[in-house]
Design a protein around this ligand. Structure first.
Ligand code: ZN
Length: 378
């Protein structure tokens, strides 16, 4: 656009190239080329789009294409991403989830609104909605078998270390009570078909169960997510008093490493290959008939290389051809081989990368316990 003088362009470039502005202020995507000239931060295109909804707070401009006034450039020079972090993220709790560029919209949107609009991390005296030790409210929950979403009362209690839900809103006895240390919560808008869809996976008697939830309000569902993380964090803090906050943070909710359809065969490797939905949650490879099933049909534990686990591309020679998909993967465990096929080469590669990532990591004592359980399983 016309109007940028040569000296303005030069000044802007100089601020833009500063180390502190090399990543998007909100999602850490490299090379942000948009900026908020009222907040004085550099943003990626997607975060800039979210900022456009904060009309009274953030005014967005392109570094490359828009015309910049001298005083706006001066403002950017005085501020920048490092100062904004100090100011707007001063009091982010250790357990609070920091979204990245690949996260779903509701997480990125709420992070931006929490920081700049609600200024949640600047006010030390106010108790945030995710840190009271108790959270209660109505969430829409998918019916186990009929797939219908119905309102259910949920109660998260730090004192009891569990998340419960009730069929009747005034009921005293919960339908299900889930121990906090067995919960994983993952946003799954596409799978659930709702922009605020949250999947909660938990273990009961060492079996994986799924529940699918949403709330109409993005803030409310993200508050639930961070409330679960808060309770988990405090629970771990007591269980592992010497662990650092960073170590504990790594053990809160985690994204699945990969999900998608593959075909699998049975233990004799002569059975017909069946198409299943697979979810890799750290070392647990679960499979389901349908992505929204409440229970896993089965699970494979993926240990470490030093413990006898490995992965190879393709199927063993002579595997009988009951499979429709061509791109094979074999997981070798101390007990048996597991054979899978993928529809596309790209998917085969993604699964291989995910499995290799897990296999190369040493196992923790807790993971030895899970492995032992899998070995005992009939
Ligand atoms: Zn961004």
């Amino acid at each position: 656009m016309a109007g940028n003088t040569e000296s303005n362009v030069k000044a802007l470039q100089e601020i833009w190239r500063r180390e502190e502005n090399a990543l998007c202020a909100d999602c850490e995507k490299p090379d942000p080329d948009w900026a908020s000239c009222t907040l004085g931060i550099f943003l990626c295109f997607d975060c800039a789009e979210i900022h456009r909804n904060l009309i009274s707070i953030s005014k967005i401009k392109s570094i490359r294409m828009d015309c910049w006034e001298e005083d706006q450039i001066e403002f950017l020079a005085q501020h920048g991403n490092a100062k904004a972090k100090e100011k707007y993220e001063a009091l982010v709790p250790s357990y609070y989830y920091h979204p990245v560029h690949t996260d779903c919209l509701v997480l990125r949107e709420q992070w931006i609104q929490a920081k700049y609009e609600r200024k949640e991390f600047m006010k030390p005296r106010e108790k945030p909605p995710y840190f009271n030790g108790v959270k209660e409210g109505i969430l829409w929950k998918r019916g186990r078998d009929n797939g219908q979403y119905l309102p259910r009362r949920f109660l998260l209690s730090e004192r009891e270390g569990c998340l419960k839900y009730f069929i009747r809103q005034d009921g005293k006895e919960p339908k299900v009570s889930i121990k906090i240390d067995t919960i994983n919560a993952v946003f799954q808008p596409e799978k659930i078909g709702n922009p605020n869809g949250l999947q909660i996976t938990y273990l009961k008697d060492n079996k994986t169960r799924n529940i699918f939830l949403y709330h109409e309000d993005g803030k409310e569902i993200v508050d639930w997510f961070n409330a679960i993380r808060a309770v988990q964090f405090h629970y771990l803090k007591v269980a592992f008093p010497v662990a650092s906050d960073q170590e504990l943070r790594n053990r809160l909710t985690r994204n699945f490493l990969k999900e998608g359809y593959m075909e699998k065969t049975g233990p004799k490797q002569k059975e017909a290959f069946k198409k299943r939905w697979f979810t890799l949650d750290h070392r647990r490879l679960m499979y389901f008939k349908d992505p929204l099933d409440a229970f896993a049909k089965g699970e494979v534990f993926v240990g470490s290389r030093e413990h006898g686990y490995s992965i190879t591309k393709g199927l063993p020679a002579g595997t009988q051809g009951n499979f429709t998909w061509q791109y094979g993967i074999t997981i070798i465990t101390p007990d048996r081989d597991y054979l899978f096929t993928c529809e596309k080469e790209r998917e085969q590669q993604e699964w291989m990368t995910a499995f290799q990532h897990i296999i190369e990591q040493p196992m923790t004592p807790q993971e030895y316990a899970i492995e032992a359980y899998f070995k005992l399983k009939p």
